[in-house]
Design a protein around this ligand. Sequence first.
Ligand SMILES: *[C@@H]1O[C@H](CO)[C@@H](O)[C@H](O)[C@H]1NC(C)=O
Ligand SMILES: *[C@@H]1O[C@H](CO)[C@@H](O)[C@H](O)[C@H]1NC(C)=O
Ligand SMILES: *[C@@H]1O[C@H](CO)[C@@H](O)[C@H](O)[C@H]1NC(C)=O
Ligand SMILES: *[C@@H]1O[C@H](CO)[C@@H](O)[C@H](O)[C@H]1NC(C)=O
Ligand SMILES: *[C@@H]1O[C@H](CO)[C@@H](O)[C@H](O)[C@H]1NC(C)=O
Ligand SMILES: *[C@@H]1O[C@H](CO)[C@@H](O)[C@H](O)[C@H]1NC(C)=O
Length: 716
Amino acid sequence: MKRRRNPTSLFALLLSCVIRSDLALGFGTINEPEVVGQHCEHERITRAAFACPPGVTTSDGRCFEELSLHQLAGRSGPEGHVGWGTNGAVGAPDMLDPTPEGPEAHCDNADFLDTEAHGLKGEYPRTREEATAQLQVCTNHMRLRFLEGVDAADRIVDHHARIVVPEVDISGSDCRFSFPELQMHWFSRGKCSAIEGFGRALHGIQDFYAHSNWADEAKPPYGLSNPPGLKMNKIPVFLDLRAENNITDQVPHDLSTGCFGGIMTDGPEGKAGHPLEPGSLDCTGRVTHHTLNKDNGIIDYITGKTTKPGPNTPRSDIPGNFERAVSAAIKDSRRQWRYFREQIRRTYGKERGNIIICALIRDNPTHDCYGRRVAMLQDALRNTSRIAEMQIPIQAWLLQEIEGTAHDEGPGEGLTAENSTKSLGSSGELGDEETDDKGHFVKKLQHPPHEGLDVGVALKALRHNATIFPTNKTAIIALTKTRNKNLDEQIAHVWHAGDEGIRVHFGLLPPPRSPSDESDATHEDAALTKAKEQDLITGVLRTGGTYSILHNEDAVPSFLDHVVSRGLTQYDNARDTATLLAAGLSISDYVTPESEPRRFSFDASELDNAIISVHPITPKLSLHVCMRHVRRNVVLKELDIGLDGNATFRAELGIGDVPRTDAWFELEVAHVEGGGLVGSGLFEVSIATEDVERYHSSKAVGEAVETGVAPKHNEL
Ligand SMILES: *[C@@H]1O[C@H](CO)[C@@H](O)[C@H](O)[C@H]1NC(C)=O
Ligand SMILES: *[C@@H]1O[C@H](CO)[C@@H](O)[C@H](O)[C@H]1NC(C)=O
Ligand SMILES: *[C@@H]1O[C@H](CO)[C@@H](O)[C@H](O)[C@H]1NC(C)=O
Ligand SMILES: *[C@@H]1O[C@H](CO)[C@@H](O)[C@H](O)[C@H]1NC(C)=O
Ligand SMILES: *[C@@H]1O[C@H](CO)[C@@H](O)[C@H](O)[C@H]1NC(C)=O
Ligand SMILES: *[C@@H]1O[C@H](CO)[C@@H](O)[C@H](O)[C@H]1NC(C)=O
């Protein structure tokens, strides 16, 4: 009820009290089925979208744990008791604080009916352009709220990615959400404000489906009380809240929301505004909110399935319309949550970003977001294997560990072991355990490394003391130049690590040149090795880790960037977000028909040409590859590759493609259905920047080809 423009007038205040029990704007926020006809629709949609599965109390990195979910979704009071319980961030735009948010927060008033095309008399009072302009206002409003949430998230961790305890503590009292224009999030906890911005945006996203004909079915004859339905299965491109674009060209011609004249006039027929209701709109001759709304009904808060649509929702009388609106709202809520996390990672970097996200979804972040143990195995740069304990994954530390510098500084000034990001204990060589005089756990290398890496030793070390570091907070990073040694054994260890929740990240450096190797290898050996190599890749990806080929030794930092972006352990990043595509690596990944597309993000500068290549590794695998500019919200190139098509997706981004605004690009790789195609399989993706990289890359390709073992590289 944002509609009351003058919140301080006595009338508005009086009206507020009356209206409290007559609130019907957007999917409902109140649990009052008898009089109001609302059943906490926003809460239930939000719970269906974000709750962890029943019985699961630990987030997988994507779902919200219980107390945190209460802040976002609200917590309904008992049925029939208006004013009990809380509405959560998603319900905040409907709250009287002192007024609800305006039509832009609910995507109202973007109504349009093409009377001429449908053979109706008279001209519709609004043009398509006017309707689209109003939809743009709604989209921009949601983008603004979304960014307010992202801005507030900055306060959750300090500049060293340490959680700031008072900003995330919701154990004592629930978040309070209030009029954003007045308090600008200054007095609220960072976690609450981040959830508030996201929740307010989510409200509009959910209302879009309740208030528009996007997912609706309708039968002719069409008219003001029965506008056409678009019956869309997909979710609209223009509601990408990361984007900054003008949405005009992305809006379907027949899309309409309803004109909301005000509480006193909304009904089956558009009426002139009511003189006693401030801000009341003249909806004469227009499709009304009442006509299109699917605001009310029963939604299962676990499955999202719907029953008993209504009351006061004629559009839901058409079977399936309420169900379709709710299921689209759930699907899009999840999409926006992924966008929110991607935006946070982009704005604050992968290290701070991962911890911020961890703190948003977890009820006890200072315990659950800290504490990692990682085994680093290498025969590449140095001949050592180390084990390190650290609070959170920081790329620079991992690099120092790889280079042989131990971290055993202790927590540091003003910090406790809980909120330090320095190592918990210490790091050292992997092998026999000893406890040093400080009671820290130091490992000494037992055997000189035999050729190739021994994942088994790392596995054993990480399973030790699993009460302090559950295995799902541990990882193995392996950097190797060796190919084809004890492969069977290593595959079994990797598989075993996956079973234990240990992530394994594999980086392969070009093997040293030894021409004599090549002459011994037969074709059968090579084919066998290739099959085994694919088993190894599959095993590594199954743990959630990365399998990457480094084009040269300089690519080690890029590799670690990618590892941290993907998520060092299971606590670090959910699988659905885009991970960083860095120069100097060829990254292997896996698609299945059930899984979401795999996503990668990258930047391109105006100075170098960026060349992106994708190709299937598994035979008979076909892929749909799509590259978009995130801020401009456009697809730059889209192509099916694999069988019957181009073998490789190759895109070059030059000076003309890279705008002056944020050059955020996203690559999506999905599986393609079809006769003769396999359902799941491996592919490889890489990015290179021309000139600097060209020399090194082609050198690495030459070497890999000579050994005949490494997966194919793309020609650069
Ligand atoms: C990690 O493992 C611990 C102990 O087995 C378990 O309680 C926790 O739920 C797991 N965490 C995740 C994110 O799966
Ligand atoms: C770390 O925790 C200690 C004790 O709880 C507290 O005094 C200190 O302010 C915290 N530091 C940060 C950066 O949160
Ligand atoms: C968006 O583009 C349309 C058509 O080009 C134009 O009429 C409209 O003014 C633009 N909207 C904004 C907010 O710039
Ligand atoms: C690592 O050790 C192996 C076997 O002891 C040896 O062949 C290799 O040259 C060593 N590599 C480095 C980088 O020191
Ligand atoms: C690991 O466990 C052993 C005994 O099970 C214990 O003595 C040792 O202190 C533990 N290490 C750490 C780092 O807690
Ligand atoms: C497919 O490959 C051909 C030959 O390499 C190339 O000319 C064409 O542009 C490619 N198609 C696309 C859509 O990239």
